[in-house]
Design a binder for this molecule. Structure first.
Ligand code: ADP
Length: 470
């Protein structure tokens, strides 16, 4: 069995509790074969402390049979690559927010420099039969850099965020180069069929790629396979967490406190893609249009601080504080506030109890690659008395989770009506919908996702030596 090499912007020790679902799932695959996980160390070296663009010190740590290798970035590289091109250009544009793209000269150059640095540092650590799996928009050109340095390994790439339609992609500075570098991989994974279709349209219309009879794409003297691999969650872990002492205590406390009221929940990073201001306006509409919800319907909205160094994120915090403050001021009573807004990260072990105590889960992003909160909400429900998921049709998860109540989050009036429907859904219907949703997220959980992608990569019919590698 060949060794697995994972490359992602950040690296986590899969054995540590804070590692998160992705790290744990990758960790399982990595443990089987022994593995190398490569990425940024999280350290930023100032110029005054010797930081030099395109250079960085390596750190190595052993986590069981997984080797964690990370590289430092100098301030200039970090700002251009991470804050600049990745999170100031690619994140907004791939989420259809052309208005928020910050196209400063120098960002693309920094992004290229860091990808080249990653490739240069990784190459000497590779063995000839390693399988390499690169993750997400920070590292799109990595395979092209590695190939240019002579690397012939099997390489796959997974895009965790949406792939936009061709004309939106075409607005990105250096997009021809960026999209061309995707052809250095052997396998490309997207979250949904819609993303795959956008990729297919792009490469056929802009790159004049040929679609081969077996469905692979050929352009720039390279052939690449592409597919949709919707990422899942660790369902069993979520159910376990919901049933721990802490999980059930949280559930009981909230159920007691809200015994005569209806609880709704939202859990998001404070990101403009999550549709939070629209969600607050929708909640106001719910209270206005259906006044029986006054003194009853309560929204707990947790929004964790995110990317506060990126300009586009500064306004959303103020906007949320204003919207929540105004709704509480207009509708609140001495003994009831309609919104509990918490601008913090909540401990992971507390989430399942919170999800389970909430009659409605609001997952209403304007655009989202997948959205794992939607799946966590389903997993945490009591199958005998489950809550209802209200889900944006613009989340990748909507392709799989058809039994949720799907909404267009831009349509505030209609979404408010759907939330009202969710609050009054009969038990039978709630059970039927939940059972179907739970089955789907169990069938396609995080382990299924990892396995399916890696098996597809391993079984690709490739020439033994990639002689046409560019
Ligand atoms: P994204 O990756 O864009 O943040 P996802 O919904 O796919 O969105 O994944 C978010 C993950 O982070 C979920 O596992 C969720 O439980 C967790 N999370 C999001 N917001 C918070 C928060 N405020 N507190 C604790 N965990 C959070």
């Amino acid at each position: 069995m060949s060794r697995l090499v994972i490359v992602s912007n950040r690296v986590a020790d899969p054995r540590k509790p804070a590692a998160g679902g992705l790290a744990v799932a990758l960790g399982e695959s990595m443990k089987k074969t022994g593995a190398l996980w490569f990425g940024w160390s999280g350290e930023i070296i100032e110029e005054a402390d010797g930081g030099v663009p395109g250079e960085g010190r390596l750190h190595t740590e052993q986590a069981g049979n997984i080797e964690l290798v990370t590289v430092d970035l100098c301030r200039e590289d970090h700002d251009a690559y991470y804050l600049g091109y990745a999170n100031g250009v690619l994140w907004p544009v791939f989420h259809y927010r052309l208005d928020l793209g910050n196209y400063e000269p120098g960002f693309a150059e920094g992004y290229r420099r860091v990808n080249e640095l990653f490739a240069r540092k990784l190459l000497p650590l590779l063995r000839p039969d390693d399988q390499i799996w690169v993750h997400d928009y920070h590292l799109i050109p990595l395979a092209a850099n590695l190939r240019a340095m002579g690397c012939r390994n099997r390489m796959g790439f997974f895009l965790h965020i949406p792939m936009p339609p061709p004309l939106i992609t075409a607005t990105i500075p250096h997009q021809e180069w960026l999209m061309r570098t995707l052809f250095a991989y052997d396998l490309l994974g997207f979250q949904s069929d819609a993303d795959l279709l956008n990729f297919s349209h792009y490469v056929q219309s802009e790159a004049h790629a040929d679609v081969l009879p077996d469905g692979r794409y050929r352009a720039f003297d390279r052939t690449v396979q592409a597919g949709a691999f919707p990422i899942g969650i660790d369902v069993d872990e979520l159910i376990r967490l919901a049933e721990t002492k802490e999980g059930s205590q949280m559930f009981k406390r909230l159920r007691e406190e809200y015994s005569r009221r209806q609880l709704l929940v939202g859990v998001d990073r404070l990101d403009y893609s999550k549709g939070l201001p629209q969600r607050m306006r929708t909640f106001r509409e719910l209270l206005t249009r259906f006044p029986e919800n006054k003194n009853s319907a309560t929204l707990i909205q947790i929004a964790s601080p995110s990317r506060e160094d990126v300009d586009a994120y500064t306004n959303i915090r103020t906007e949320m504080e204003h919207l929540c403050g105004a709704i509480n001021g207009d509708f609140g009573e001495l003994d009831w506030m309609p919104i509990r807004y918490i601008h913090r990260t909540v401990a992971r072990k507390r989430l399942p109890g919170l999800y389970r105590a909430s009659r409605v889960g609001l997952v209403t992003p304007l655009r989202d690659g997948m959205n794992l909160v939607a799946k966590e909400y389903i997993a945490a429900q009591d199958p005998e008395d489950p809550g209802v998921l209200v889900l944006s049709r613009f989340a990748g998860a909507a392709e799989q989770l058809k039994e949720a109540l799907l909404v267009n989050p831009y349509d505030i009036e209609h979404t408010a009506k759907v939330i009202q429907q969710a609050l009054h859904m009969p038990l039978d219907e709630r059970r039927t919908r939940h059972a179907a949703l739970l089955q789907r997220i169990k069938d396609q959980d995080i382990h299924w996702w990892c396995r399916t992608f890696l098996d597809t990569l391993a079984n690709l019919d490739l020439p033994p030596l990639l002689l046409d590698a560019k």
